[in-house]
Design a protein around this ligand. Structure first.
Ligand SMILES: Nc1ncnc2c1ncn2[C@@H]1O[C@H](COP(=O)(O)OP(=O)(O)OP(=O)(O)O)[C@@H](O)[C@H]1O
Ligand SMILES: [Mg+2]
Length: 522
């Protein structure tokens, strides 16, 4: 006998009656909610009315303040309208808002970190557009961040645009391969080297300067150089009588020799001419006595430990049309020569180059002081640098000063010293400041001296090698300097550390065709 089967089913469809009930319930709930909201609004409106009436009733806050907790504070929420400003104004608080890469035209540097476009820089063009007040550049960054590489790129990549470069003091010897690669001139100054430079050389006369004016300028330059060298060797300033003795000796040396050199001046200090002594209302003996210390100071360059570098006619003439001129002083620096002597050599070498630098018809040139922190305590040199910085626009030069940190400027001299004041002035006279990575203990000083906003300051310890904060006039950018893939930079330190040696500089080939230019950032 078969058993009856039972099936359990569930209702899958809603009946029309249930739907209606649910809709009614929802409508009732909505209406209750609306009613509650209306009640709340009415209560809030009444409270506001009461508060307004309170405020209207009170005349003023008593002079001694209100006698209650939270006096002078309103219980009403403070509502301010949202602040609106243009991105140019807001750039003051957050500098990287202005996203465009620096310099649409100019020498290609690399990539703008925020916009991803090519970053270019040209101080002459930027000055012409009114973005800069002067063409000078400060480049600061900790060791090995790529400062020299950037300086070399700026110099080499500027050549196709008709610019040239002078490096008055290459203390590491790292600029020589660059100059050789671009067909420039390298003058190696060192003990035992056959190169001799006569710092009293008049140099080539600029075409637009009259002969009389030029003779006067050369005499002034020679006087300044001799005084600077004497002051450095004596370690003090010159007395008025010593200056007179030096002037007389220089005048005598110029009158008696066709090509005036240091030995002639040194000899004339011990045997001043009678006529000159009479003219100065003194005697030969007194004049010789006044010049005695100066004689001993300058003698170092003629018959002392620096003999053979600057005591004879120059063995070379300065080719002012060369794309790059480098004075390689690395031999002296690496031979462990005392700093004051290296400073002396630099002063004489820079004086020799000065006539070329100070030529207003010499075209647009970079003057690059790599490792400038080594030079900043040499007062005569810093004075020369100051003059070059101030007259950069008149000469058509852009000075580039490379240091590690801004405290290098403080190391130029004690608090109130002249060297320190000049070094600080050099910083103020750099409209373009490029800051590579800085250690955290330097951030406060860097931010204060360069007027960095907080986002800029916070960025500095994290910058990668080759990346830097570029403050070009008022605008701020983060730029990654891109080396050409055939590598431009011969790094002597890397070679010594047994790292693979970079190929020699060859960027000039990069600029020889347009194809190569466009292939640069592939
Ligand atoms: N933009 C870059 N991209 C990749 N490598 C770079 C870049 N710039 C520099 N380098 C490499 O970093 C190394 C150090 O560069 P560089 O000598 O220019 O540093 P520096 O800051 O001048 O060092 P120092 O303070 O010792 O003078 C070199 O081997 C160089 O090839
Ligand atoms: Mg370097």
């Amino acid at each position: 006998m078969s058993r009856a089967r039972s099936y359990v089913t569930t209702l899958l469809t809603d009946t029309g009656a249930d739907k209606t009930q649910r809709r009614r319930a929802q409508a009732a709930q909505r209406s209750r909610r609306d009613h509650d909201r209306q009640l709340r609004r009415q209560a809030a409106a009444r409270r506001r009315e009461a508060a307004r009436a309170d405020v209207a009733a009170s005349t003023a806050v008593p002079a001694s303040g209100e006698r209650r907790a939270r006096a002078l504070r309103t219980w009403l929420p403070l509502r301010l309208p949202a602040h609106r400003a243009s991105s140019a104004r807001l750039g003051g608080a957050y500098p990287f808002l202005t996203g465009a890469a620096p310099g649409a035209r100019g020498v290609p540097i690399g990539v703008d970190a925020y916009s991803g476009t090519t970053a270019a820089f040209d101080p002459w063009q930027a000055y012409g557009r009114g973005e800069l007040t002067n063409p000078n550049v400060l480049l600061a960054g900790v060791i090995g961040q790529g400062k020299s590489a950037l300086a070399k790129s700026l110099a080499v990549r500027s050549l196709p645009f008709g610019r040239r470069a002078y490096v008055p003091a290459d203390v590491k010897g790292e600029w020589a391969p660059v100059a050789q690669a671009v067909g420039g001139v390298v003058l190696r100054i060192g003990l035992g080297s056959s190169t001799r430079l006569n710092p009293l050389d008049p140099g080539p006369r600029p075409k637009n300067v009259a002969v009389g004016e030029w003779t006067q300028a050369v005499t002034t330059r020679r006087r300044q150089l001799l005084a600077a060298v004497a002051e450095t060797t004596l370690g003090r300033g010159l007395y008025p009588a010593e200056r007179t003795a030096l002037d007389v000796a220089l005048e005598h040396a110029c009158a008696t020799s066709e090509q005036v050199c240091l030995p002639a001046v040194v000899d004339a200090l011990t045997t001043p001419p009678v006529e000159s002594a009479k003219r100065e209302r003194t005697t030969v003996r007194e004049l010789a006595a006044a010049g005695s210390d100066v004689h001993h100071g300058l003698r170092r360059l003629v018959r002392g430990d620096l003999a053979g570098l600057f005591d004879a006619p120059s063995t070379t003439t300065l080719d002012t049309s060369a794309p790059m001129v480098v004075l390689d002083l690395s031999q002296l620096a690496s031979a462990g020569m005392a700093t004051d002597l290296v400073g002396l050599v630099m002063t004489c070498a820079a004086a020799w180059l000065e006539s070329a630098i100070a030529d207003p018809m010499g075209g647009q040139r970079w003057v690059i002081y790599d490792e400038a922190w080594r030079l900043l305590h040499i007062l005569p040199l810093v004075r020369r640098m100051q003059a070059q910085w101030k007259l950069s626009r008149a000469y058509g030069i852009a000075n580039l000063m490379v240091i590690h940190r801004l405290s290098d400027l403080d190391a130029a001299g004690a608090g109130e010293s002249e060297a320190r004041a000049i070094a600080e002035g050099l910083l103020s006279d750099c409209s373009t400041r490029i800051v590579y990575r800085q250690e955290t203990d330097q951030l406060g000083r860097v931010a204060a001296k360069l007027g960095l906003a907080r986002p800029e300051r916070e960025l500095l310890p994290y910058l990668a090698r080759g990346s830097g904060l570029w403050k070009i006039g008022r605008s701020s950018h983060v730029v990654h300097h891109q080396l050409h893939r055939c590598a431009t930079h011969a790094d002597p330190d890397a070679e010594r550390m047994h790292q693979p040696c970079a190929p020699r500089p060859c960027e000039r080939f990069v600029y020889s065709t347009d194809d190569a230019m466009t292939g640069m950032y592939q």
